[in-house]
Design a protein around this ligand. Structure first.
Ligand code: NAI
Ligand code: 15L
Length: 288
């Protein structure tokens, strides 16, 4: 076992005081992007899995609650990220630009940001990262296609390119430094699906939390790519390559079908009806 893997195993087995706790508990878990839509949810739902949750964002996080640490940080600042990661056992990396934006914004927050997170993980011997990748890594595949983790990546914009880069960074830091990552290609994680496309891509908050738990605590994940979707009827994604995670989604978009189908039909030539990435495939370039 590498030194990094041993550190993760040790942290999952002991509290700071040295007493043995359940395997599903870390000493200090870092959550980046903690002020965002998913961060606000995970701030609460990941609470049981670490003695201390270190919350970070460039936006306001409010006051720290019990067993929380609030550490503001710009992911584009390498020294600040290095300090942020020190003392953590694992990282759930959500922070960054989460929609299609001009390349320069994506470069700072996502591309430099993910590099800084992994460099800090290497320097501080953090053994496990859960990377919030996105379906926009494969967004230019048609909705008629069925994909798995080995399918060609077809990013649908600068944002999707940055997530594709993040997955490569994750693979590199495993191959070179033994840092394990689960890259979750999240579909659409919101309280409920809000359009027809999301009937396929929706991921409930409960299933997201379960998937992150599996991603943090399944041993020997190396670099695993998994699609983050609930048990929706018309799924486009096959997770057989991530079966070792044991992720079995409990929710389904089916319960929202009647409500979603009250919306006017989407035109056949609308990107939302053609591509897995939907409208992202038609956004930008910016500033022309
Ligand atoms: P969000 O936009 O609500 O949250 C992202 C957070 O990152 C924000 O709080 C923002 O302030 C922070 N951030 C942005 N730039 C930063 C910087 N330079 N330094 C530090 N923090 C910075 O996004 P959401 O929906 O919560 O998504 C979380 C993660 O999951 C993102 O990485 C997103 O790309 C990914 N994801 C989310 C999906 C969803 O359906 N919600 C789908 C696919 C991926
Ligand atoms: C994403 O990657 C975005 O972060 C999120 O806001 C949604 O747009 C989602 O993809 C989606 O494709 O629905």
């Amino acid at each position: 076992m590498s030194e990094i893997s041993q550190n993760l195993a040790d942290s999952a087995a002991a509290t700071p005081g040295g007493s043995v706790v359940t395997a599903h508990r870390l000493n200090r878990l870092l959550l980046t992007g903690a002020a965002g839509g998913l961060g606000k949810v995970l701030r609460h739902s990941l609470r049981p899995f670490a003695s201390t949750l270190r919350l970070s964002d460039i936006a306001d996080l409010g006051a720290a609650g019990p067993d929380e640490e609030v550490v503001p940080c710009n992911l584009a600042d390498k020294a600040a990220v290095d300090a942020l990661v020190a003392g953590c056992d694992a990282i759930v990396h959500l922070g960054g630009v989460s929609v299609e934006r001009p390349f320069e914004e994506v470069l700072e927050a996502n591309i430099k940001g993910v590099f800084h997170v992994y460099e800090a993980a290497r320097r501080h011997q953090v053994g496990r990262v859960v990377f919030a990748s996105s379906n926009h890594v494969i967004g230019f595949h048609k909705q008629t296609e069925r994909l798995d983790a080995a399918s060609q990546r077809r990013p649908d914009g600068y944002y999707g390119l940055s997530k594709s880069f993040g997955e490569d960074v994750a693979q590199f830091y495993f191959d070179r430094h033994g840092i394990e990552t689960v890259s979750i290609r999240i579909g659409s994680s919101f309280p409920e699906p809000v359009n027809r496309r999301m009937m396929s891509t929706w991921l409930s908050y409960r299933d997201l939390t379960t998937l992150i738990e599996k991603s943090l605590f399944t041993p020997g994940v190396k670099h695993t790519v998994v699609y983050g979707a609930s048990a929706n009827r018309d799924l486009w994604w096959d997770n057989h390559a991530a079966a070792h995670l044991g992720f079995e989604p409990q929710d389904t978009s089916e319960v929202f079908r009647d409500k979603v189908e009250q919306q006017p039909p989407v035109a056949a030539d609308d990107p939302n009806a053609i591509y897995q990435g939907g409208a992202f495939t038609a956004q930008g370039p910016f500033g022309d």
